[in-house]
Design a protein around this ligand. Structure first.
Ligand code: ATP
Length: 212
């Protein structure tokens, strides 16, 4: 039987409650077999000082440990250079037989999705599921044109097609960003469990990550 797998790419620097709530919501709402969180490789000049790719992946593993339907996808971390989403999805498409892929992004990412390398090919490899994010809406940036061409709001229709639909999801929004969390950690402000998983916070504190 065909499997339905979500792929949620990001820097996850660090993974926060906004990411985990989106991943869980999409998995349940779309009844996907699983959702894989796929941390990207970062070139040294973009990486947070003292935080390795392996540590970003460790934090994702800790944050998803309670949910067996979420998984870590390390594909992009095994490369020593940044990967394009289109290339990662091509690899996954070849590896996962009889599987439909659903690439998950936040609304901020949809607003500039036309600038992603080969975005039309991405839509031949997968559907794109879009989570609501405070501060962004479907009237901004590239979103209206993309939705006019690829938008489909009926889950049953989306699941019957192999790829090519962009679907907006009615997820409860979470006003969090990794940038704001890094800033708070640098200033020594505390983060509660609604922001970071306690195991992730403990990992950050014991290694003194995001201090400078
Ligand atoms: P940064 O602040 O460092 O840019 P971020 O919080 O946006 O980080 P990323 O790892 O860059 O996190 O995001 C990965 C994906 O998760 C993106 O598609 C982004 O749109 C989405 N995303 C991140 N935070 C949220 C949120 N609070 N609600 C909905 N989607 C989110």
């Amino acid at each position: 039987m065909t499997k339905h797998i979500g792929i949620f790419g990001g820097t996850f620097d660090p993974v926060h409650a906004g990411h985990i709530r989106c991943a869980s919501f999409v998995q349940q709402y779309c009844r996907l077999d699983s959702v894989r969180l796929m941390p990207c490789h970062l070139p040294p000049h973009r990486a947070s000082p003292g935080v390795s790719a392996a540590q970003r992946a460790d934090m994702v593993a800790l944050a998803i440990a309670h949910n067996p339907l979420l998984a870590l996808e390390t594909l992009e971390l095994t490369h020593d250079r940044p990967s394009y989403t289109v290339d990662s999805l091509t690899t996954l498409r070849n590896r996962l037989t009889d599987t439909q892929l659903y690439f998950i992004i936040g609304m901020d990412s949809l607003c500039y999705f036309s600038q992603w390398k080969n975005y039309r090919l991405i839509l031949q490899l997968a559907h794109v599921l879009v989570c609501q994010r405070p501060g962004y809406d479907a009237a901004m940036g590239d979103a209206p044109a993309l939705l006019a061409e690829f938008g489909e709001q009926q889950l049953s229709v989306v699941k019957q097609q192999a790829s090519g639909a962009i679907m907006l999801l009615p997820n409860p929004t979470t006003d969090l960003s990794a940038t704001a969390i890094r800033q708070a950690l640098r200033l020594g402000q505390s983060c509660d469990a609604d922001t970071l998983d306690p195991a992730v916070l403990n990992y950050i504190q014991t290694r003194r990550l995001y201090q400078d």
